[in-house]
Ligand binder design. Structure first.
Ligand SMILES: Cc1cc2nc3c(=O)[nH]c(=O)nc-3n(C[C@H](O)[C@H](O)[C@H](O)COP(=O)(O)OP(=O)(O)OC[C@H]3O[C@@H](n4cnc5c(N)ncnc54)[C@H](O)[C@@H]3O)c2cc1C
Length: 564
């Protein structure tokens, strides 16, 4: 919705409407004074631990009461989760096990390892599984690479400079997660990190470097050293580019099935996971894959829109892996708090909810309220920064209302060129620059309106440091897993985790398969038992999971009628 004053060219709004331009003046007025302060090394003070906890408790969407309920079924029974997650878990399967008994006897594909998910974690697992002598099938929901990985903007963390060490990286990660992380997973994450950067470079990833060829490394929120490796503001696209290429170099050993999401796991008579049922979104047919092991790499749940928030995530991020593995008996950990990224776009409406990478604040942009005043340190951890923005809008009347009636605060991006030289925004944040320029907003001279947006799952499937779940034959890596980031992930640690655990799981799965597997008969027995417990515990629902695509996208998979 635009005001009369907004100009339209070929259906697109040109720039901020006059009422917002008027509000921007307050930001411009305080800019010289803020600039002088930064140049004198005087930064907005960070909150103390006690102040941080107070603001979280009062304003973070998941710390406030409401929007959650106690789970009635499965291994996490009794735990309190977001309504949207509880709904997903307390759902029926898309398939009727009885209708599949005969189909299971004649699998359509047989392979050593089946990887569910064609994002970064799936790609890395596939490359390392192949390297360890395995035949791989990757089944993915949309096109290969349509994922959160390809959308990643800011960078990947690794303590690989002399002034840094995995020790500091470990402490930062534990602190950022409020010490609820699994220390063994964090140790693996931070110790393997330098190796991962070397591996990516070897594969052909073009990281930002200075004229002498040294990596340019930046700081992120909640970290004490510069260790963020980037590729302008498109690190995910760069990583996915080389990984997809590398997978295409090995068509004999790695087969990719696109538009083929998994809709159920298969187990064998020893209760080990032994394959999956796929649903072809184009032909609308089911197929059966039999495998000696399965790696779950289906990514996160942003498209569940927890607590009604918009999201940065791609359309396939509907938490499918959580529903599938939970039904098979894998516990979920650290699911209490989702990550709301502090800087989701508010205006223009076409960009609503999309991410403004933390790198923007790393480079010097500040949080400014409607009165032109800075109100939070730009590099607070994400949960605290989000809570400060919500407080500013809700309590301190510091919010700015866009013509769409959504509100937020200013992110003063023009500070970047003023601090680092003209052209920095265009060079370092080229994707963001173009994303706004398309709508007539030049973010190197005008600020952006931002508000928290649902960004990351934080928790997920319980794994050990080699990506094994509690269920034999089922491994997991990437955003679908929990425990690495505790209650709050730090910037750059997710791209790192998909590589560290993608590699580890690719190696481990080959050991598992070489040790020999006992079962052979495919079954959907666990689905029958889960359906029974839904009925026994009185869960009255017609919901089915995985949902595959969010409600507002055409839902094409047929649902089999249930008996009771
Ligand atoms: C906009 C944005 C920017 C980000 N920037 C950064 C950053 O700078 N640094 C950082 O560390 N992290 C960043 N992240 C987070 C990070 O990119 C992701 O957490 C990470 O890449 C997830 O990788 P993944 O392989 O686990 O999942 P994804 O990359 O999402 O891949 C999951 C794949 O599984 C497929 N899938 C889903 N369901 C099924 C199913 N039922 N069957 C088969 N396939 C299925 C999906 O379609 C997808 O292809 C960002 C995230 C977003 C959204």
């Amino acid at each position: 919705m635009l005001t009369k004053e907004s100009k339209m060219v070929e259906g697109q709004a040109i720039g901020y409407p006059p009422e917002l331009k008027k509000l921007i003046r307050a930001v411009e007025q305080t800019r010289p004074e803020r600039l002088a302060r930064i140049k004198a090394n005087q930064h907005f003070p960070r909150l103390t631990r006690e102040e941080g906890e107070k603001v979280l408790k009062s304003y973070h969407p998941d710390y406030r009461p409401g929007g959650r309920r106690r789970l009635k079924v499965g291994v996490n029974k009794g735990e309190i989760l977001a309504d949207e997650v509880a709904d997903l878990l307390e759902s029926y399967s898309r398939i009727d096990p009885d209708a599949f008994d005969n189909r299971l006897k004649k699998p359509d594909y047989e392979t050593d390892v089946l990887i569910l998910g064609g994002g970064g974690a799936g790609a890395v697992a596939a490359l390392f599984a192949r390297q360890n002598g395995l035949r791989v099938v990757i089944a993915t929901k949309l096109r290969h690479g349509d994922s959160n990985t390809i959308m990643a903007e800011g960078g990947i963390q690794a303590a690989d400079r002399p002034a840094d060490s995995p020790y500091y990286h470990y402490l930062d990660t534990m602190g950022g997660g409020h010490f609820t992380n699994n220390p063994r997973l964090v140790k693996a994450l931070t110790m393997d990190a330098p190796l991962i950067i070397q591996w990516l470079e070897g594969l052909g990833v073009m990281f930002d470097k200075d004229n002498a060829g040294n990596m340019i490394e930046l700081k992120g929120g909640g970290i004490c050293r510069r260790r963020m490796h980037s590729s302008a503001d498109m690190i995910g696209a760069e990583i996915m580019r080389v990984q997809r290429d590398e997978i295409r170099n090995h068509p004999e050993e790695i087969q990719v099935l696109e538009f083929s999401p998994a809709v159920e796991l298969l187990i064998d008579e020893t209760k080990a996971v032994s394959g999956a049922v796929l649903y072809n979104l184009e032909t609308r047919e089911y197929s059966i894959v039999k495998a000696k092991a399965v790696i779950m790499a289906t990514g996160g749940f942003g498209r569940l829109h927890i607590q009604g928030f918009p999201t940065t995530n791609h359309y396939g991020a509907t938490g499918d892996g959580l529903a599938l593995a939970y039904r098979a008996g894998v516990p979920l950990v650290n699911m209490r708090y989702a990550q709301y990224h502090p800087t989701g776009t508010v205006f223009p409406e076409q960009n609503f909810g999309l991410l403004i990478t933390e790198k923007v604040r790393t480079l010097g942009a500040q949080f400014i309220n409607a009165r032109g005043r800075e109100f939070a340190h730009p590099l607070e951890p994400r949960d605290i920064a989000s809570s400060c923005i919500i407080r500013e809008c809700a309590e301190k009347s510091g919010g700015v209302t866009a013509p769409t009636s959504h509100y937020g605060v200013w992110l003063d991006t023009p500070m970047i060129d003023l601090l680092r030289g003209k052209g920095t925004v265009e060079k370092e944040l080229s994707a963001k620059y173009l994303q706004f320029k398309r709508y007539g907003i030049d973010i190197s001279i005008e600020p952006i309106i931002v508000y928290p947006t649902l960004h990351y799952q934080n928790g997920g499937l319980e794994i050990d440091e080699w990506g094994a779940t509690r269920i034999s034959g089922l491994f997991a890596a990437g955003e679908v897993t929990g425990g690495i980031h505790g209650d709050n992930r730090l910037m750059g640690n997710s791209l790192l985790d998909i590589h560290v655990f993608g590699r580890r799981v690719g190696v481990k799965v080959s050991e598992f398969i070489k040790a020999g597997k006992k079962g052979n008969r495919l079954s959907l027995g666990h689905v029958r038992s889960y359906h029974d417990s839904l009925i026994k515990t009185g869960v009255k629902t017609k919901r089915v999971a995985p949902i595959l695509l969010p409600d507002y996208v055409h839902r094409s998979a047929p649902v089999y009628p249930r008996k009771s």
